[in-house]
Design a protein. Structure first.
Length: 126
């Protein structure tokens, strides 16, 4: 009985140590205001940065009509596609993930903000 209790306790600890983040698109829209200086998500229109409309599933460095840095173009050629794990890593540290990107934004340090921005972007992707 004691061994079962220890197993349950250790399993609960593992579960609590790695909770999945709930995503909130409305909260993500608020965080996205930091991105709106350079990007649009609800329309397919480039600004200083490429449109993020339909970004989920897109190969990095490939949005039509936008001139990407060589680093971002090479990232796409290497196989980087924008999905949740890749966007999570990129949004946390853009220059760390794609060295040489022209994106000046330092990244989002709050994991919940990252999850929420991704939920916001999902609304405008296939």
């Amino acid at each position: 009985m004691r061994a079962i209790a220890l197993f349950i306790a250790s399993s609960a600890t593992i579960f609590l140590a790695s909770p999945s983040r709930a995503q909130d698109a409305a909260a993500g829209e608020k965080v996205f205001t930091k991105c709106k200086v350079c990007h649009i998500a609800d329309q397919d229109q480039n600004k200083v940065g490429p449109s993020l409309h339909g970004v989920i599933g897109r190969t990095a460095g490939t949005h039509p009509g936008f001139t990407y840095s060589m680093a971002m173009t090479e990232a796409g050629k290497s196989g980087i596609k924008w999905d949740e794990p890749t966007l999570t890593k990129y949004l946390q540290d853009p220059r760390g993930m794609v060295k040489g990107t022209k994106m000046a934004f330092p990244g989002l340090k709050n994991d919940q903000d990252v999850a929420n921005v991704i939920a916001y972007l999902k609304q405008f992707s296939k």
